[in-house]
Design a protein around this ligand. Structure first.
Ligand SMILES: Cc1ncc(COP(=O)(O)O)c(C=O)c1O
Length: 341
């Protein structure tokens, strides 16, 4: 029996599953090779690789969606490609060109198309591209060889029971320093987030909310997602900071809020002492799409936005439009959707 027949699409979580193919390209002597698909899900690298010791690694995360008519589509993969180029620049790694990135995503999804969950299950195929510095090295310098690789895994919907709000707690730990690496998707950013995230879970919260490291007064990120709030007068507000990872979901929601819902959209400082200015709040990202935030625990008090049990009306509308675009049920703005032939 093939393994795909064993998959219960409605019960998928975010666990590793070996799909049929991965994409791999090698960088050596100053250039990337042509890249190809591999069946193995192991790679062998030198013990002195910079990715292992100095965290010279960056990654991306996007999804492939099965539409109602059965075709498969990607959501703004060119934006992930461009963000990965920014990550590479910051970490002194060779850039993987945008057109090659998009083409590689399409190839690996096509090769694993039986693993793209059926329409209507809410499940998707998660795509994880990454670049690592490899080759023998000991001194603290950039590697001279790299691997670009993509693997894919079918994943379940974030909400098993619909769009239900979760609570976050403000952490004392910092995620990113001004002029640090917070605005790029460097692996090291996530290693340092494991402890604050665990502490938040241990206290019964879904995750932690990070404040800006310099003044500890402004909201930066909620776990591995961007924050947005809706004010009483129906403005979509999201923090502006050079140490936040620019979320592709967030920039898409800013467009949807303005063009589809006619809301005022503002990127500006969001002070934690003034969170009561928001009547709804959410965390947004590829995995969560939108997670409504029930409340935020700060200074011994849980500040509840709309409700702890139900998403607010604007959050619901934003979610429905974004989800509809991603699965092909709502017309997308030009160049957001890349169909896989
Ligand atoms: C720290 C952080 N912020 C925000 C996001 C959301 O970004 P995106 O919408 O591009 O998935 C992610 C996930 O990629 C993330 O890791």
């Amino acid at each position: 029996m093939s393994k795909r027949i064993d998959i219960d699409w409605g019960k998928l979580k975010y666990d590793y599953i070996k799909t049929d193919y991965r994409y791999i390209a090698y960088y050596k002597d100053g250039k990337w090779d042509d890249g190809h698909l591999i069946e193995d899900d192991k790679i062998s690298i030198n013990v002195g690789s910079t990715s292992l010791h100095y965290g010279q690694e960056c990654f991306e995360g996007l999804k492939a969606y099965r539409a109602k008519d059965g075709h498969i589509q990607l959501f703004r993969p060119d934006e992930n490609a461009k963000r990965m180029i920014r990550s590479c620049k910051r970490l002194l790694m060779p850039e993987f060109p945008v057109d090659r990135f998009v083409d590689a995503c399409k190839k690996v999804v096509k090769a694993n198309e039986d693993f793209v969950p059926p329409y209507g299950t809410g499940s998707t195929l998660y795509i994880r591209p990454f670049i690592i510095g490899v080759g023998g090295n000991l001194g603290l310098k950039a590697a001279s060889e790299y691997i670009f690789c993509i693997f894919v895994i079918p994943v379940g919907p974030y909400f098993a029971h619909g769009l239900s709000p979760v609570n976050f707690i403000v952490t004392d730990y910092d995620r990113a320093a001004p002029n640090g690496t917070g605005s790029v998707k460097a692996g090291g950013n996530y290693a340092s987030g494991l402890l604050p995230n665990k502490e938040a879970h241990d206290k019964g919260y879904s995750g932690c909310l990070y404040l800006d490291a310099q003044t500890k007064t402004k909201i930066e990120e909620v776990g591995a997602a961007n924050f947005f709030g809706i004010t009483k007068n129906k403005a979509f507000i999201t923090p502006k900071s050079d140490s936040i990872l620019p979320s592709i979901t967030k920039i898409s929601l800013m467009h949807i809020a303005k063009e589809y819902l006619n809301l005022k959209v503002i990127e500006r400082d969001c002070y934690i002492d003034k969170i009561d200015e928001f009547v709804e709040a959410g965390a947004c990202g590829t995995a969560a799409v939108i997670t409504p935030i029930g409340g935020i625990f700060y200074k011994n008090k849980l500040h509840v936005f709309h409700s702890e049990s139900e998403a607010g009306p604007i959050t619901k509308k934003l979610y429905d439009i974004l989800y509809g675009i991603q699965f092909g049920d709502v017309e997308a703005p030009k160049n957001w959707i890349y169909k896989i032939d």
